[in-house]
Design a protein around this ligand. Structure first.
Ligand SMILES: Nc1ncnc2c1ncn2[C@@H]1O[C@H](COP(=O)(O)OP(=O)(O)OP(=O)(O)O)[C@@H](O)[C@H]1O
Ligand SMILES: [Mg+2]
Length: 337
């Protein structure tokens, strides 16, 4: 996807070629090629067991690959693990901070582990807590933090050593939408500072918010890749949902849209049970026109919303089959008390 881009858009922060990792009979990573340009966010999408965490663990030197090569910031994962570790930060799928210590103590300890002198470690802990809006909770033990606070502390912890490349393994799984947004904001800041992020996620919206480019994994293989817009276009863009105040009007809405030629390529469909009309949206103009038409016909609305294709729909479109093992909203799994 980006192999030809090295001259146009700067260097690759991550380069993976033919990477393989087996666990017994399981081909967790099964011949993956991947480039991540410096200063960008790469989203790795995929269902449970697709190999996302295995890739992150190899790239952060926690696992040795069976075959293929991978470099991060130019350092080989197998031959130069020590240099490599100094340039990366890692936020694992499961929280890595100590529950009994306070947020500040956790960050200070990590600073010391990274060989910062005491005053520098203290200052770094203060700065990071401030940056991730945790100053008020600095002295609280982590066991009293909310899910969102923990995730922000995890991010702060992975940033202590000023890493140029950050690996985030499902940074917002299990968080509510508001705290998810807070974490996204922090990740955006990290990238705005010129750092590179490789992020795994099961949320299309997260990929959309953060990632310039995406790869979709399934069973250890890349099954699709490209810019977010390209993948979305492949699954048919947005859907507009119209809920008339009177649910008996769903067919009138469908008829009006068809008459006006505003029902999209696949046509508008009525879901009588839910009292909703779904319209595939191809352009913002179409969206505006639909809203105008409904007003013109005096069709009172209870609700109007657009939604993006779900990961399920992407899967359906890409693989042609239902991803039966797709995860839903994972239970909060980061609390390992
Ligand atoms: N240490 C291990 N020993 C044996 N099998 C493993 C090990 N780690 C991962 N696997 C297997 O490798 C495959 C890929 O797992 P991985 O954790 O990389 O998936 P994932 O995409 O991160 O999934 P999730 O979305 O659930 O986090 C799975 O079949 C998993 O059971
Ligand atoms: Mg995982």
């Amino acid at each position: 996807m980006t192999r030809q881009d090295t001259t146009d858009h700067g260097r690759n922060a991550v380069e993976v070629r033919g990477l393989v990792k087996h666990f017994g009979d399981t081909r967790a990573v099964d011949g993956i090629d991947l480039d991540v340009r410096e200063g960008t966010v790469m989203g790795v999408l995929g269902p449970n067991g697709a190999g996302k965490t295995t890739l992150v663990r190899i790239l952060s030197t926690l696992l040795r690959p069976d075959a293929g090569t991978a470099t991060v910031a130019g350092y080989d994962v197998v031959r130069q693990p020590r240099q490599l570790r100094r340039t990366i930060g890692l936020t694992g799928q499961y929280a890595s901070v100590d529950e009994k210590l306070s947020g500040w103590e956790n960050l200070y300890m990590i600073g010391r582990l990274l060989d910062l002198p005491r005053p520098a470690a203290r200052k770094r802990a203060d700065d990071m807590l401030e940056r991730f809006s945790l100053t008020d909770a600095a002295k609280k033990p982590v066991m009293k933090y909310s899910g969102g606070m923990r995730r922000r502390l995890d991010l702060a912890a992975s940033m202590i050593g000023n890493p140029r490349v950050l690996f985030l393994d499902e940074p917002t799984t299990g968080l509510d939408p508001r705290t998810r947004n807070e974490v996204w904001t922090e990740i955006k800041h990290i990238v705005a500072d010129g750092n590179t992020v490789l992020l795994t996620t099961q949320y299309m919206e997260e990929a959309e918010q953060l990632a310039g480019e995406l790869v979709v994994f399934d069973q250890g293989k890349v099954i699709a890749e490209g810019r977010v817009a390209e993948l979305k276009a492949r699954v048919g863009g947005r859907t507009l949902e119209i809920r008339p105040a009177d649910r008996g009007e769903v067919h009138r809405v469908v008829g009006a849209l068809a008459q006006a030629g505003l029902d999209g390529t696949a046509g508008a469909t009525a879901d009588e049970k839910r009292g909703v009309v779904a319209v595939p949206i191809i352009s913002d103009e179409q969206l505006t026109a639909v809203v105008g038409l409904l007003a013109e016909r005096s069709i009172a609305l209870a609700d109007l919303s657009t939604h993006l294709p779900s990961l399920d729909e992407v899967f359906l479109a890409i693989t042609g089959q239902k991803a039966t093992h797709l995860a839903g909203e994972n239970e909060t799994e980061e609390v390992a008390a």
